[in-house]
Design a protein around this ligand. Structure first.
Ligand SMILES: Cc1ncc(COP(=O)(O)O)c(C=O)c1O
Length: 349
């Protein structure tokens, strides 16, 4: 590990995933896009814990802290189809802890599959207790309510640990991607292959900020393009800059990320969080048919749409890595919208 990242080793961590995740070429997708090659995928959908995904890396540091504090119950808040919540329920089950999930009304969908299938079904199977919160855009309010539930549990003799949502808290999750930067750089070195750019989802910013910080701390100048999945680029930029500063503070090292290094693209966000658009549908379709990669409409479909756009803007010598951050169970929660849209795309079946 780079000396700069040494403080990472001193923080509490609980191993939850299977690493390293595979790094694969996407030759058929590259050919489809008229390129000789130069497209890769980092399979963080294969982190292993109950359908995997990026949140598994992030949770290793939250659960590390929870266990070091003697917690027996973990609480988290998120969208109805939150992958973070499902991964938390999975980690809690594995570690013999209780899990309380607060589901927020972030996507205006009354579809029974959205409410019952995908991640919600898994939350139930994993034994989590579900609560609901009526607002999907009130991060501070959702955190406040979660802390109230934690206080109630404490009064009943439990030892709760809250994973907060709103910005400004210790960026423990980002540390998972600070560390993943080392894994990715090592994999490309072992292949004697240069990588020029990594395209990632930019939601809470734990993945984007952590990866960017980790790369720069390792002395790597690889471009990181964040695809906005939740909010517009200007708003998101401030979050990523803040996240990098918070990572530096947590590790007690200098901030190695320049503001100019924070690159965002929000052209695949419309019509909004968790809503499908044409470029995303096209990306989901190509990923499945060319590379047998299953992408979801909320995160990874949008990120591959951004990757395809970057592939079109750059030459074939520009090597791009798409970070597949998981989200697989959500495909089932969106099955009605996906079935209809794919049928329109391929009327012959
Ligand atoms: C599958 C998937 N990809 C990407 C993201 C975004 O990651 P981050 O919150 O670290 O920005 C999430 C967040 O929930 C996710 O579930």
């Amino acid at each position: 590990m780079s000396d700069r990242l040494k403080p990472l080793e001193g923080l509490p961590r609980t191993r939850l995933g299977h690493y390293p995740t595979p790094l694969e070429a996407m030759p058929r997708l590259a050919a489809e896009l008229g390129r000789g090659g130069g497209l890769y995928v980092k399979r963080d959908d294969c982190t292993g814990l109950a359908f995997g995904g990026n949140k598994v890396r992030q949770l290793e540091f939250y659960f590390g802290e929870a266990l070091s504090e003697g917690a027996d119950t973990v609480l988290i808040t998120g969208a109805v189809q939150s992958n973070f919540a499902r991964s938390t329920a999975a980690a809690a089950a594995r570690l013999g802890m209780a899990c309380h999930i607060q589901l927020e009304e972030r996507v205006a969908k009354s579809d029974p599959e959205y409410r019952r299938s995908g991640n919600v079904l898994l939350d139930r199977m994993l034994g989590a207790t579900l609560h609901s919160y009526p607002d999907g855009e009130d991060e501070a309010g959702a955190d406040r309510r979660l802390r109230e539930i934690a206080a109630e549990l404490k009064s009943q003799g439990r030892r709760p640990y809250v994973i907060p949502l709103a910005p400004g808290h210790k960026p423990l999750g980002a540390l998972g991607y600070v560390d993943a930067a080392r894994e990715i750089v090592g994999q490309f070195e072992a292949l004697s292959q240069r990588i020029d750019e990594i395209v990632v989802a930019s939601g809470s910013g734990a993945t984007h900020g952590g990866l960017l910080f980790g790369l720069r701390a390792l002395g790597s100048a690889i471009r990181v393009t964040g695809i906005c999945v939740r909010r517009a680029a200007d708003n998101q930029r401030a979050r990523i800059i803040a996240r990098c500063r918070e990572i530096a503070d947590l590790l007690e090292i200098a901030n190695v990320v320049d503001d100019a290094d924070v690159i965002l693209d929000d052209s695949f966000l419309a019509p909004g969080y968790g809503r499908l658009n044409e470029a995303t549908l096209h990306a989901i379709d190509l990923a499945a048919r060319c590379e047998a990669l299953i992408l979801d409409p909320v995160y990874t479909g949008k990120v591959l749409a951004g990757t395809i756009a970057r592939a079109g803007e750059t030459g074939p010598d520009h090597n791009i890595l798409f970070l597949h951050s998981g989200g697989t169970p959500a495909t089932f929660a969106y099955s009605a919208a996906l079935t209809e849209a794919l049928a329109a795309l391929h009327p012959q079946g």
